[in-house]
Design a protein around this ligand. Structure first.
Ligand code: BES
Ligand code: MN
Ligand code: MN
Length: 462
């Protein structure tokens, strides 16, 4: 495309400044104390989309946080790309582990990002990646090179399960009609190993509560004579995996798609160093399901993990007590074909079944979604591959990711279109963790690659 790299190098400081301004607003969707900031971020996104050249931009109200919708329709006969992203971010906790405040972005060099990385909550997930699309749009629109129609749908509830987006999509088929959905909310293998995400895992998230006696008890007077909910909960959780780290819930694996040896061999070709992986995490060994490699364990296999566990006395010093209740939050990452609602039911039945006499168990489902796989012979994938070949000088590898964007399978069901996941983050960018960051090089590379996707997608659609 004419003057693409020139435009980026000319405007890169402004591109960074604008992103930094957006990152300063703490749009934490999970915490209602930040409601005003989340709404302010939606307004900011609206303004940026208008400035980038969208003809119609609106804030669409939902029962929760609004969806920012923008479009530029240049010719109804041309294909339409629907860009999805999210402007909300994860809570920054634990705050004391950040080297600089999460909502005061700074640029620092790292080993993986010698050209600098922006440190802030949301830098990579997903404000930075979402904003690449806004800047790519600015380039195409201001230089009269937008080759097709474009629609933007940027939501504010992704990090809390996209609870209201489903309804919005169901009620707006015509408005959201498109030929392909484009999302940058995933990662790639390495800056010199570009990859396109071809799969996402599904998710079932539940909370469990174990109740023993009707009040907290003296652990000397009652200890040994009644069920201790924390002991019981620990035992129940431990029993959810067997000695091979297989999940023991009956029926859990029934729908799991088994990859052929050929597909597994293809996956194993992606460069990966177990030594570096362990070193980066300060662990002396990896751990997981027998019979599968690390990369298989974290992408094509389902998992069950405790995300949080609490109960009893956790303050300073010691208190001798048997708590009345114990709790845990548990996530199950699912693979394509596993139905998240069915898995939630299987979990609930099993967890209730394994509770011993003397305790009561309550299982509360939170949210979930289906996994996703996309074929690599589609026009969308081919267009993305060509775009990467141009900007990275290499053919990108298809890669299945372990993360989840549950709304993607709903897009396919409701809008009947495929999603292309062009993620530019690295696994080491610490999304959801303290010190989240996004490489400056990655940010600019994304802005450079996106317009070429538009170009190739339009050409391949002819
Ligand atoms: N952007 C992530 C998902 C992601 C990250 C997918 C990296 C692949 C690679 C998204 O914002 C996210 O955090 N999703 C949640 C699920 C959601 C229902 C809260 C997740 O994966 O935990
Ligand atoms: Mn995200
Ligand atoms: Mn996220």
């Amino acid at each position: 495309m004419e003057k693409l790299t020139q435009y980026i190098s000319q405007h890169k400081d402004r591109f960074l400044d604008e992103l930094i301004e957006l990152l300063k607003i703490p749009s934490i969707s999970a915490d209602s104390a930040y409601k005003t900031d989340v709404l302010k971020t939606a307004d900011a996104v609206k303004t940026r989309l208008e400035k980038a050249g969208c003809d119609k931009v609106e804030i669409c109200q939902t029962d929760g946080y609004p969806i920012v919708y923008g479009e530029k329709i240049i010719n109804k006969k041309l294909p339409t790309i629907l860009v999805y992203g999210h402007y909300d971010v994860q809570p920054p906790d634990p705050i004391n582990l950040w080297h600089s405040p999460p909502f005061e972005p700074v640029i620092k060099n790292t080993e993986k990002h010698p050209e600098g990385a922006i440190f802030a909550r949301g830098a990579c997930d997903d404000k930075g990646q979402m904003y690449m699309h806004v800047k790519a749009m600015e380039f195409m629109s201001s230089t009269n090179q937008l080759p097709c129609n474009v629609k933007f749908m940027i939501e504010g509830e992704e990090e809390v399960g996209s609870v209201n987006l489903g309804t919005f999509v169901k009620n707006n088929h015509e408005k959201l009609k498109n030929d392909v959905i484009l999302i940058s909310d995933t990662g790639m293998i390495a800056n010199d190993v570009p990859s396109i995400t071809t799969g996402l895992r599904g998710l079932s998230y539940v909370e469990v509560e174990v109740t023993g006696p009707n009040r907290d008890l003296h652990s000397g007077l009652y200890g040994g004579a009644v069920a201790n909910p924390i002991n019981i909960l620990s035992k129940m959780i431990a029993s959810l995996h067997d000695e091979n780290n297989h999940i023991t819930i009956p029926g859990f694996y029934d729908q799991v798609e088994e990859l052929s040896e050929a597909e597994r061999a293809e996956m194993a070709k992606a460069p990966f160093s177990l030594e570096n992986y362990k070193k980066a995490l300060d662990i002396d060994a990896v751990y997981g399901e027998s019979g599968y490699s690390t990369n298989e364990r974290n992408s094509i296999r389902p998992t069950l993990d405790v995300n949080g566990i609490w109960g009893g006395y956790t303050g300073e010093g010691a208190k001798t007590v048997i708590a009345s209740k114990a709790y845990a939050k548990i996530s199950m990452r699912l693979v394509p074909n596993q139905d998240w609602e069915n898995i939630t039911k299987l979990f609930k039945t099993h967890f209730e079944n394994i509770a011993p006499k003397g305790v009561k168990v309550k299982v509360t489902p939170h949210h979930g979604g289906q996994g996703y796989v996309t074929p690599i012979d589609s026009i969308g994938y081919q267009a993305a591959s060509k775009a990467y070949q141009h900007t990275f000088g290499k053919t990108p590898l298809p890669q299945r990711s372990g993360g989840s964007i549950p709304i993607v399978s709903l897009f396919e069901k409701e809008l009947k279109s495929k999603t292309i996941l062009m993620g530019f983050g690295l696994d080491s960018d610490a999304i959801h963790s303290p010190n989240e960051h996004f490489g400056v090089w990655n940010y600019l590379k994304g802005i450079e690659t996106i317009p070429l996707f538009y170009k190739h997608f339009t050409e391949l659609s002819k």
